[in-house]
Design a binder for this molecule. Structure first.
Ligand SMILES: Cc1cc2nc3c(=O)[nH]c(=O)nc-3n(C[C@H](O)[C@H](O)[C@H](O)COP(=O)(O)O)c2cc1C
Length: 428
């Protein structure tokens, strides 16, 4: 497999140089051939906008310089990586020149895909893509704009797999490596889940801590999912413990207990509900406390893996995405190794327990079985597991019908059926 790094850095850009070296190392460790294109040292004239690449010399730019090479290499690679300092939210002029000169790789004709118009593809196969932007410290606006731009680019390029992230110029080595590993993984590189090799526990099984994010004392779906995972890990020889974040933040003693439990764990599993598109407020408080306590710590050299499950009341699992992305960032800030995040939709349908629901939850159980085995054996969590757990539990209309019926039953039980549409705060 061949990866080409499009290095859009200026001369003497230490962070880009470091990032490029980490990318190379990680790709080579995963068995890839790596080529770096140092774009600033190449002769790539800016596109002149003549459309000669479509109508005079179809598929090739009329300018005969190394812009043809950068265009060809992106088609001939399995993975193309864009590495660039971010300029006002845009890539560097070196990378942008190469991107503009890649227009011959598309056909001039338009095609509608999804809700948008794009260009027809010229080739049968395009590379997977990965991007890393480096922004100045605290330049939130540049980061936001760059993310928006990359997203737009990807909608037009339409690669099968995309990895992307932004790091700040002052990111430490560990943070850069963690971000790069994730970007490469999302871009389709088989990056192992553990930095220091598979046998980090020397064959011993890990100790697992579940941090439960629900405020509920009983009938929690988060705990149904988390407990199932923990039970599976126990049968695999792991030891486990559970803490409710709501109780852990109560006082100094309970906080201390949580810190010690986290310190002792080899694997931390967060399982919690989606509240207004992220987490309950007490989870944020617990995250803050954990970050203050552990930021930058190396846990005596051991890498603690962090795995998250977010479940929500809407039927679509993807509604958990922002919550899982935030959890991943939190894990990174604490120095944990991000193992993966599972998104589960139609959560309330699961409160009775997974086994009780028979065949309907077989996909969820299979995905959790796979995650348990991978976590117990210090292996990467198979990608198919996270896809499997996010599949619709049942057709959305069935879930909505069931949910509406049970909501109405609940109201009836409480004798408020006729008050359901009350407007207590309406302005009179
Ligand atoms: C205050 C509140 C906010 C919620 N916000 C969302 C939401 O934004 N999206 C969603 O799909 N479900 C939302 N839910 C539903 C829960 O995520 C869902 O019921 C979940 O299964 C609860 O898990 P638990 O039993 O472990 O607490 C919300 C529930 C509550 C109480």
């Amino acid at each position: 497999m061949k990866a080409t790094i499009y290095n859009g850095a200026e001369q003497n850009d230490a962070v880009c140089e470091k990032s490029k070296n980490i990318m190379s190392e990680e790709l080579k460790a995963a068995g890839w051939d790596v080529e770096e294109l140092v774009l600033r040292d190449m002769k790539i004239a800016p596109c002149v906008g003549c459309f000669g690449c479509w109508f005079k010399t179809p598929g090739e730019c009329v300018i005969n310089d190394q812009g043809r090479e950068t265009s060809a290499k992106s088609i001939q690679s399995d993975l193309t990586i864009y590495l660039t300092p971010v300029k006002f939210g845009a890539p560097s002029r070196y990378l942008k020149a190469a991107l503009d000169r890649s227009v011959p790789n598309a056909m001039p004709f338009f095609v509608k895909e999804g809700n948008e118009i794009h260009h027809e593809r010229r080739y049968d196969r395009y590379p997977q893509l990965a991007g890393l932007g480096i922004v100045a410290d605290n330049d939130v606006e540049s980061e936001r704009l760059f993310r928006q731009l990359f997203d737009r680019n990807m909608k037009n390029f339409r690669p099968e797999k995309v990895g992307f992230d932004v790091a700040s110029v002052s990111a430490g080595d560990d943070e850069l490596r963690t971000r790069i590993r994730q970007v490469l993984k999302d871009g389709g590189v088989n990056i192992s889940g553990i930095t220091d090799g598979k046998n980090w526990k020397n064959g011993e099984k890990p100790h697992v801590l579940m941090l439960s994010g629900t405020p509920k004392a009983k009938d929690s779906v988060s705990e149904v999912l988390g407990n199932y995972l923990l039970k599976k890990m126990e049968t695999d020889g792991c030891t486990t413990a559970t803490l409710r974040m709501r109780s852990a933040i109560k006082n100094d003693a309970s906080l201390q207990e949580m810190f010690e439990a986290v310190e002792k764990a080899d694997v931390v599993v967060y399982s919690g509900p989606l509240y207004v598109d992220s987490f309950p407020s007490h989870v944020i408080e617990a995250m803050e406390k954990i970050t203050e306590h552990f930021a930058g710590r190396k846990f005596d050299g051991k890498k603690t893996r962090f795995f998250a499950i977010s479940n929500c009341g809407f039927p679509e699992a993807f509604q958990n995405q922002a919550s899982l992305d935030i959890m991943r960032y939190f894990a990174l800030k604490c120095g944990f190794e991000w193992a993966d995040g599972f998104a589960v939709g139609a959560g309330p349908a699961l409160f009775q327990g997974l086994e009780k629901m028979g065949g309907m939850t077989s996909g969820i159980r299979k995905a959790l079985d796979m995650a348990a085995k991978a976590l117990a054996n210090a292996d990467p969590i198979p990608e198919e597991a996270s896809a499997m757990i996010s599949k619709d539990l049942m057709p959305a209309w069935v879930y909505l019908k069931m949910a509406t019926m049970s909501m109405k039953d609940e109201a009836k039980k409480n004798k408020v059926t006729d008050q359901l549409y009350n407007k207590p705060y309406a302005v009179k």
